[in-house]
Design a protein around this ligand. Structure first.
Ligand SMILES: CCCCCCCCCC/C=C/CC(=O)SCCNC(=O)CCNC(=O)[C@H](O)C(C)(C)COP(=O)(O)OP(=O)(O)OC[C@H]1O[C@@H](n2cnc3c(N)ncnc32)[C@H](O)[C@@H]1OP(=O)(O)O
Length: 291
């Protein structure tokens, strides 16, 4: 890995507290196959290009275990010298990732919360700082931390859905490092407007502001992703890695140096009563929406 980070203690803590079926504070039961199945990797006909698929129905939300599984898959791919690129995509029909799992944030388990945020930070380190060329094949909605997954890729193609940082609609603000990623991608003024309004962009608007690089037809996503991956792999790996270090190294190191403060900041922010009220309200609206 290019920007190796140590998170042993946080990830060890996450293993102790993992639970895969639970009832949320608004009474919905989440269940799924085991976390090992939430993320799968596949080979392509080009041995230098792999596919990483998120399979956590219903919305590929990022729980502590989901973050850990994605990080683990990236590290495994990186450990194979032949692998030079990964295509990140979703196996769900309409959602790339709905962002952080709100059950982690709402009425949180006080011991689990810091480990959860540590696993989310680690995922940012692992994806944004990967030595691999990363192609985001965004085949559905990608709000908030789902947008972070997309922003962490080197190249983004999108077929459908909405993308953006909508945290303000939940009564919160994106963490500074995610906000910075957004600003670095689309520029300060556009980011300022979008962050404040919590704007989610459709594919055309996302392309217009530079949040994605290309719109592709639904049936063409994987073919285009493979073509783009081949183009990235054709650049000598040391040059690619050096370019990534040049454009992303400062931001990655900044969080690395402030990791503990960021966890403390997040936990005290989330534990505020007003914050919990906002989250509870948003979460209930989300659950009621279909009815
Ligand atoms: C200077 C300040 C410093 C502050 C530092 C700390 C700041 C804290 C930072 C916190 C960062 C937060 C980032 C996040 O990612 S928050 C999560 C944001 N995500 C969302 O708002 C997305 C919510 N979801 C949707 O809008 C929709 O689900 C969708 C993605 C548009 C898809 O819609 P669709 O109709 O297809 O699907 P459903 O809505 O029916 O969803 C299917 C089921 O999944 C549940 N769901 C969806 N999203 C989440 C989620 N994020 N967490 C938990 N559960 C989710 C949804 O309720 C459905 O469940 P059901 O089938 O049981 O009804």
């Amino acid at each position: 890995m290019m920007f190796q980070q140590s998170s042993r203690s946080l990830l060890d803590a996450s293993k102790k507290s993992s639970s895969f079926r639970w009832t949320s504070s608004v009474g919905r039961t989440f269940s799924s196959r085991s976390p090992q199945d939430w993320v799968t990797t596949e080979e392509t006909d080009d041995p230098s290009i792999a596919i990483l698929k998120m399979n956590r129905a219903p919305a590929n939300t990022l729980s502590l275990e989901m973050c850990t599984e994605i990080s683990k898959a990236i590290k495994e791919l990186e450990s194979n010298k032949k692998t030079q690129a990964v295509i990140l995509t979703s196996s769900l029909p309409t959602i790339f990732s709905a962002g952080l799992d709100l059950t982690e944030l709402h009425n949180p388990d006080k011991d689990r919360l810091p480990a959860f945020w540590g696993a989310f930070q680690q995922l940012y380190f692992d994806l944004y700082g990967s030595r691999l060329a990363t192609i985001g094949a965004i085949n559905g909605h990608a709000p908030a931390a789902g947008c972070m997954l997309a922003l962490s890729c080197d190249y983004r193609i999108m077929s459908k859905g909405n993308i953006g940082l909508n945290e303000s609609k939940l009564g919160i603000c994106a963490p500074p490092w995610l906000g910075q990623q957004f600003i670095d991608t689309i520029g300060l003024r556009k980011a300022e407007l979008a962050l404040n309004m919590g704007t989610l962009f459709d594919t055309k608007a996302a392309l217009d502001i530079g949040l994605i690089d290309e719109i592709v037809g639904e049936d063409d996503v994987m073919d285009v992703a493979k073509t783009r991956a081949s183009q990235w792999v054709a650049i000598p790996a040391p040059a690619r890695v050096a370019c990534k270090e040049l454009t992303r190294g400062r931001q990655l190191n900044e969080l690395k140096e402030n990791r503990k403060q960021d966890v403390d900041h997040f936990c005290s922010f989330v534990n505020q009563e007003a914050m919990q009220r906002n989250l509870g309200f948003y979460f209930e609206q989300l659950a009621k929406r279909k009815k």
